[in-house]
Design a protein around this ligand. Structure first.
Ligand code: FAD
Length: 444
């Protein structure tokens, strides 16, 4: 690799966000010299790996932690991915159809789900209300335990034949392949770590462990590391990154599709669900849990150093943490999620939650999914003293953008790429063919 190189756009991070932008820039823009750099020897090894996330293409229909406004934004984003997979990469088998439902247990949750169904159904033509007999047909283990029907009132909202799951690592690799087909000049540098981004003349200098790249624009989609690179340049100092790990548990195959549970609105992270696992066909995966961990990449102790650079411990951060602990429900949730990681007791504790989905589940059937699980890089706004949910973007307005992408960041990859491409093409004086992007990816 040459010691110095020039580019129009450098993308830092080869997960689903970076590769989606690479593809979108190659197919829909006039930007020619595109370089993506990734520090690992392969793409999508961190949160976009199939082991690290729940593999759900979120549409907002069964996620009771989303308002209708958020749900419709996610539905559009999911549609972009679905259209990419079905129209431009139809022979690659990127999406998978399973039944899906959010399950209400007990009168309060059932009333809430019925009301939610009335509000959401006009926007989701495929959405159905499943009464007990329908739930039993789709997911017998949810209704029956030891040969008997469970006693609680049940109702569910969901769909039977929609695309609900994706291996986001396969999708990231597909984006990279298609980007290269669109523009043979696209360069992907693996084993290449961005060390610094600096403003230089009218553009930027990206220093890596191998070389220096002079470029007109930079998009950093490096998960929690994005904030570190931003703060090195003097941006985003008002934010801290709080990495929230999500772990999983396996059982033998007990579900045919995805079964979500109703969100407790006070809790900052989505309630656990049960999912078929695309990598382990004979298993059902339960989770994710939610635990603040001092590292930026799951199971990479070395990333603790990176965590210390972006946590920016001060009284504002402590105030946010203290605020979370004041509420008894949130306090219980945090403590419970800490215990979910403790060998010895964790299975027994998690069993109680998993039984909300499968009442007849036995302890012997449940095992901690070692090596599975990721980290959500949640931002804390230290000025506002609040935890930010969902994706965050720092657009400097000067041709460098930083993306931090907790859930549902994988579903939002093309939506996010569209926003970045709009900004970057304007900055570079290049063209983004939005009409073609929409015609191919947005249209029903
Ligand atoms: C437990 C859990 C469950 C989830 N479930 C879902 C789900 O079901 N559906 C969904 O849509 N989303 C889900 N998400 C969120 C989703 O996984 C992420 O939003 C998404 O994978 C983020 O992709 P990314 O490309 O932005 O980041 P990543 O996949 O983390 O990729 C960042 C890349 O940047 C590279 N990098 C970092 N620093 C540097 C550097 N200095 N130089 C070069 N490269 C660098 C990394 O190696 C990595 O490859 C879940 C997340 C978690 C943790």
């Amino acid at each position: 690799m040459a010691r110095q190189q020039t580019a129009d756009l450098v993308i830092i991070g080869g997960g689903i966000s970076g590769t989606a932008l690479l593809f979108a820039a190659a197919r829909y823009s006039t930007i020619r010299r595109l370089v993506l750099i990734e520090k690992y020897p392969a793409l999508a090894q961190v949160n976009s790996a199939a082991t690290h996330n729940s593999q759900t293409l979120h549409c907002g229909d069964i996620e009771t932690n989303y308002t209708l406004v958020k749900a419709l934004a996610v539905k559009r984003a999911a549609g972009l991915v679905a259209n990419y997979a079905m129209r431009l990469a139809a022979d690659e088998d990127l999406l998978h159809r399973y039944s899906k439902m959010v399950l209400g247990v007990g009168p309060e949750e059932c009333t809430r789900l019925r009301a939610r169904f009335r509000e959401f159904a006009p926007h989701y033509p495929w959405l159905r209300l499943f009464e007990v007999s329908e739930i039993a047909r789709l997911e017998p283990h949810v209704v029956f335990a030891h040969g008997r029907s469970r006693p609680e009132e049940l109702v569910a909202c969901g769909a039977e034949h929609e695309h609900t799951a994706a291996n986001f690592a396969a999708l990231a690799n597909s984006f990279a392949t298609h980007a290269r087909i669109e523009n043979p000049d696209v360069q992907i540098h693996l084993n290449t770590r961005a060390l610094h981004v600096r403003a230089s003349g009218h553009g930027f200098e990206v220093e890596t462990n191998h070389n220096t790249i002079m470029t007109g624009a930079v998009v950093v989609s490096a998960g929690g590391h994005s904030l570190f690179l931003a703060q090195q340049m003097g941006y985003g100092r008002e934010f801290s990154c709080l990495p929230v790990a999500g772990s999983f548990y396996f059982t033998p195959k007990r579900l045919n599709g995805k079964v979500y549970t109703v969100q407790n609105d006070k809790l900052p992270f989505a309630a656990i669900h049960g999912d078929p696992d695309l990598l382990m066909g004979d298993a059902t995966r339960f989770g994710p849990t939610a635990l603040i961990l001092p590292e930026l990449e799951r199971y990479h102790l070395a990333s603790t150093v990176d965590f210390l650079r972006v946590v920016r411990f001060d009284t504002a951060l402590l105030a946010v943490l203290a605020d979370m602990f004041i509420d008894a429900d949130v306090r219980r949730y945090i403590i419970k999620n800490m215990l979910f990681e403790l060998p010895g007791i964790r299975r027994r504790l998690f069993l109680r939650d998993a039984r909300k989905i499968i009442p007849g589940l036995n302890l012997s059937e449940l095992r901690f999914a070692k090596g599975f699980g990721g980290l959500r890089p949640q931002l804390v706004d230290r000025r506002e003293k609040k935890l930010l949910m969902g994706e965050a973007k720092i657009d400097t307005g000067l041709g460098v953008i930083f993306n931090m992408t907790p859930s549902p960041g994988a579903t939002s990859c093309l939506d996010n790429a569209e926003q970045d491409l709009r900004i970057v093409t304007r900055h570079l004086g290049a063209t983004f063919d939005e009409a073609r992007f929409r015609a191919e990816l947005e249209a029903a």
